[in-house]
Design a protein around this ligand. Sequence first.
Ligand SMILES: [Zn+2]
Length: 297
Amino acid sequence: MRSIAAFAAATALAAACAAAPQAQQPPTFDGPRAFADLKAMVEIGPRPSGSPAIEKTRDYIRKQLAAAGLKAEDQAFDAQTPTGTVHMVNIRATLPGQATDKGRIVVGGHYDTKLFKDITFVGASDAGSSAAFLLELARALKGRQNALPIELLFLDGEEAVVDWSGTDHTYGSRYYVQQAKKAGATKDIRAFILVDMIGDRDLNIRREQNSTPWLTDAIWSTAKKLNRPEFVDDPWPIEDDHLEFLTEGIESVDIIDLDYPSWHKATDDLAHVSARSLQAVGDVLIAALPLIEARLR
Ligand SMILES: [Zn+2]
């Protein structure tokens, strides 16, 4: 993803309630367990689209989903990139919901890391954190009575193969939305919640300005209630996977901390991310779900 404001300034550099869960057992998001997933993926090494390492990452994701009792489904495609055809795979798994005719909520994030030839880029926050977050969310929500089905979507190809321009980015989300459009099924995606770069140990998540206001409000107001200072009110616009959904009229929100000095640097490593940050986002999103569901059911 990229910050539109920063990009404009630096084009020359431009690489770049009703649905409350029944009280049996409130879902708990286990930050340290999510961090263990993040670490396992970082230890695979750089994981760019089309690489043997990203195939290993997929195996890891599928195994963890299976262990959580979920069936992983691949959505494979060949992306045309500036350097040629790259095989990419989105992975999705769905948690059932009480309503079967009201569409679904999709919670997504990318799991590919940006390709760098000059540095070893292991992408702890970008995109270890999003992939790890979704895995822990699978475990946290599997015993919850969700109002609508919740699809967890692991996106490939968010990163530009060369530079973030034209269509050289967000390959996975673009393909996913195009397929939904072809099937006449974009209406079934009632909301898209994107997480990206949420591992920063100094977590600051600003309101992303392209996002749908009511979805943003639901999450940020919940963060206030929970006294989570990681969610801050300053707005800023970011180009990310959610734009592909918004373009088709799908209400979407991007939960992202791009205020990360290690962004696209070799220092995006385990020393610069924390379980606490994953915990903050997990607690807030789980607590915000009833608000979101109440609006959609
Ligand atoms: Zn990135």
